[in-house]
Design a protein around this ligand. Structure first.
Ligand code: GLV
Ligand code: MN
Ligand code: MN
Length: 413
């Protein structure tokens, strides 16, 4: 095992994170907010491009803007590392970005120790869905699990309503070649993504690393309730077709059925809108998003089916209509046993506490795993907080993840 200068590694990881938390890399000062095709996102890619170029890597972009850095000519086998550097709109410094920083640190350790490992780093576009409401968009494009019509028409900017396609073209990319993105995953010996845990298991059990053995699956969808807009003062309670009331009933029912489903199934309504959205008008329409997840796909499907039929029933009973449309879904994803095992061996060799665990959050690795043997490493985040500005993690744990991944890849190539 190489003797790694841990203090130097920690300082580099801390410096990267510190730099990318600055005002040039976020649209707002009260959170980290960066997403595809914004100037601050382009600056973030520029930062990584410079770092990888300095290490002698070739940097390129897939047809929609996912960053790819490699130290071997294309066509030669590589081991993949990376994550995403876009953020939740209400994000902190670590969700995603730490995984790209750790990948960069693996490349630095590779240079420092003359290991000459064949490496390719990916920083996926739009993991969070902050730009277009579509989670894991860059990796879904890469593994071809989107439709061209969605990219051209249906996926629309949350800011200005223009299509993903138009935004990609305006940013200088060529979305008409999106199918070529799949080639980025050719000739891969494996893939490892590092991420903050986003829960508090590691903190509460005193572990510094989590080796992920599976990632929970999810269904994202929307329920639209159509009632009738009416005067809020003049319409008696018994004469209303209030869409917001049906939406509210669906929210509490979702909480009930998700709890009842067990198997670590969770359900969330994170987006809620009523229209026309005026204090003196009974809402004529409401839309609520559904985010249902868990390691057991059948339970996730059951929760969605039951909330869908509940919405229909309560809407109908009150003289309204409710429609459900799925946005996107991915099944629970098992990690590759041999990569997991090498990571565990390397973690044990680091003499730092680690454990194996499930990921409740979704990750680009779910898509990568459909083509390449894949695994993930988690580091703790304070009190499990993420998708929030006060998200916090220790750069020392990021450096430890880099060390463990560097050791594991040496055995895997
Ligand atoms: C990804 O950010 C997720 O919501 O799981
Ligand atoms: Mn993330
Ligand atoms: Mn996230």
């Amino acid at each position: 095992m190489a003797t790694i200068d841990r203090a130097a590694s920690i300082a580099r990881v801390a410096a990267d994170i510190n730099e990318l938390t600055g005002p040039a890399y976020t649209l707002t000062s009260d959170a980290i907010r960066r997403y595809a095709y914004t100037d601050v996102y382009a600056s973030t890619l520029d930062y990584f491009e410079t770092q990888f170029t300095d290490l002698g890597f070739d940097v390129s972009f897939d047809p929609v803007g996912t960053l790819v850095a490699r130290n071997r000519p294309s066509g030669e086998p590589v081991f993949g590392v990376g994550s995403h550097c876009d953020s939740n709109r209400n994000g902190g410094p670590y969700d995603g970005t730490l995984g790209v920083v750790v990948a960069l640190e693996v490349c630095r350790l590779n240079a420092e120790h003359g290991a000459d490992l064949p490496l390719q780093v990916i920083s996926f576009l739009e993991e969070e869905g902050s730009g277009f409401g579509q989670m894991l968009l860059g990796s879904r494009i890469m593994v071809q699990s989107v439709d061209e019509a969605d990219l051209r028409e249906n996926f629309r900017s949350l800011d200005d309503g223009r299509s993903f396609w138009e935004h990609a073209e305006d940013a200088g990319y060529d979305p008409s070649r999106w199918r070529e993105s799949v080639n980025v995953l050719d000739n891969h010996l494996g893939w490892i993504e590092t991420h903050i845990e986003q829960a508090r298991v590691l903190q509460d059990t005193g572990n510094r690393l989590g080796i992920v053995n599976a990632i929970a699956g999810y269904i994202h969808g929307d329920i639209t309730v159509i009632g009738r807009a009416d005067h809020a003062g003049a319409t008696p309670m018994d004469f209303r077709h209030d869409a917001a009331v049906v939406a509210a009933m669906c929210i509490t029912e979702l909480e009930r059925v998700a709890k009842e489903a067990g198997n670590r199934t969770v359900g969330t309504v994170g987006e809620l809108s009523v229209s026309p959205g005026l204090i003196n008008v009974v809402p004529g329409e409401a839309r609520l998003s559904l985010d249902v997840r868990g390691p057991d796909d059948a339970s996730v499907k059951d929760v969605v089916a039951s909330i869908k039929s509940y919405a229909h029933e309560v809407a109908e009973a009150r003289g309204l209509e409710a429609n459900y449309a799925m946005r996107q879904t991915l099944p629970a994803t098992a990690m590759d046993a041999s990569i997991v095992s090498e990571l565990e061996t390397a973690a044990a060799g680091s003499v730092e506490p680690y454990r194996s665990m499930l990921s409740g959050a979704a990750h680009d690795t779910m898509c990568v795993a459909s083509r390449v043997p894949s695994a993930m490493v988690f580091v703790p985040c304070r009190d499990g907080i993420s998708h929030a500005p006060d998200e916090e993690a220790d750069p020392a744990d990021g450096a430890l993840a880099s060390e463990v991944i560097f050791e594991a890849i040496q055995r895997l190539v």
